[in-house]
Write a protein that binds this ligand. Structure first.
Ligand code: KG4
Ligand code: ZN
Length: 347
């Protein structure tokens, strides 16, 4: 089955072709980061307009890359939510228009399901079941993943997402948007332990997170050292922030593995690209005897490949999940545990 995936939930337009026998045939991405940078964050209206401009040229690109004709597409998967309503509508309407024109089924995919299944595209994919740590700009969640369509939320953030905390800290430090990679780079020059920040909810006894207090701690420290602080002081603060955030993410992931009795951790979402988080998880895995799986670095942040894959896996297990009426909605807010699919057949 050849599935076209369309991702347009935020500031990346991603298209991809995934074949259930041959794997990922092609994927192409346009990032709007440069366009939004001047505003310090994503401007929803600009995002939607840009998705309209980019989607069809990217479709041509993936068809060419894969060397297949449009008519060979068997199904179309698109991100139905969560995300920016206007941006989601662009992907949804293009997917359904193509489906109608080609006479092929269409399936709406949960963006986070795409992220948590994305390590299945890697050279060494994780077998089910596993615990997934989803760390993106909008979400921070620990999930128990028994199979495709069988998800249970173990814990989640009560306020800011991990990526949001990185982005806000970057802004406070005068770094560019999106701040995650920039804060991570600056932290490399910081002295570990020079700035000790709180580890929110580290000992809360549950698997929930909270990051807004950490951002406030950064602000308080910054107002103490002054906005003209030297680069080393800023690097030390970045280091303090990253170490605190990483400590909590690692400790809660380890606790989730312990609670579920599992030995496999999948890390997905933009913050999964973070170098310090990867190093700390690698050390914890060696010490405690579990395995960590990541998507390829290029597929950590938003992309169409994860949506095409999720669409193919869902349709394989439950062909009735497809929409052939081409009436569509988007779901800007959508709880991941609401998408468990009781109609699916085991693989
Ligand atoms: O998954 P993603 O591309 O989009 C959402 O679904 O939100 O994640 C984007 C988030 C941003 O907050 C960005 O700052 C963060 O991931 N991010 C990172 C790194 N690369 C991206 N955070 C920390 N370190 C990184 N290397
Ligand atoms: Zn994402």
């Amino acid at each position: 089955m050849l599935v076209l995936g369309i991702e347009s939930s935020c500031d990346e337009t991603g298209l991809a072709l995934y074949d259930s026998r041959r794997g990922l045939l092609a994927h192409a991405l346009h990032s709007q980061i440069a366009m939004h940078r001047d505003y310090g964050g994503v401007v929803p209206e600009l995002a939607s307009r840009d998705h309209i401009r980019r989607a069809l040229p990217l479709l041509e690109q993936v068809l060419q890359q894969a060397g297949v004709a449009r008519t060979s597409i068997d199904a179309i998967a698109f991100t139905q939510g969560p995300g920016l309503a206007g941006a989601l509508l662009v992907g949804a309407s293009i997917a359904n228009a193509l489906g109608l024109a080609l006479g092929k089924p269409v399936i709406g995919i949960h963006h986070l399901e795409g992220h948590l299944l994305s390590p299945l595209l890697a050279q060494t994919p994780p077998p089910f079941p596993f615990v997934a740590l989803l760390v993106s700009g909008g979400h921070t969640q620990l999930m128990r993943v028994a199979d495709v369509g069988d998800y249970q939320t173990l814990g989640e953030t009560l306020d800011d997402a991990a990526g949001e905390a990185f982005d806000k800290t970057a802004k406070l430090l005068g770094l560019n948007y999106p701040g995650g990679p920039e804060v991570s780079r600056l932290a490399e020059f910081g002295t570990p332990g020079a700035v000790e920040l709180p580890r929110p909810m580290l000992h809360s006894g549950d698997l929930d997170f909270s990051f807004s207090g950490l951002k406030t701690a950064v602000l308080t420290h910054l107002s103490r050292i002054g906005s003209n602080a030297c680069e080393q002081a800023k690097a030390d603060l970045a280091r303090g922030f990253v170490d605190a955030a990483v400590d909590v993410l690692v400790a809660k992931s380890v606790a989730a593995l312990k609670r579920t009795g599992m030995k496999r951790l999948v890390v997905a979402g933009g913050v999964g690209a973070n170098r310090q988080l990867r190093e700390a998880l690698c050390a914890a895995a060696a010490k405690r005897g579990f395995d960590v799986y990541y998507p390829d670095l290029a597929l950590c942040t938003d992309n169409g490949a994860m949506i095409a894959l999720a669409g193919a896996l869902r349709l394989q297990r439950n062909p009735a999940a497809a929409n052939t009426s081409y009436a569509f909605t988007v779901k800007p807010r959508w709880d991941l545990s609401a998408i468990n699919d009781p109609g699916q057949q085991p693989a």
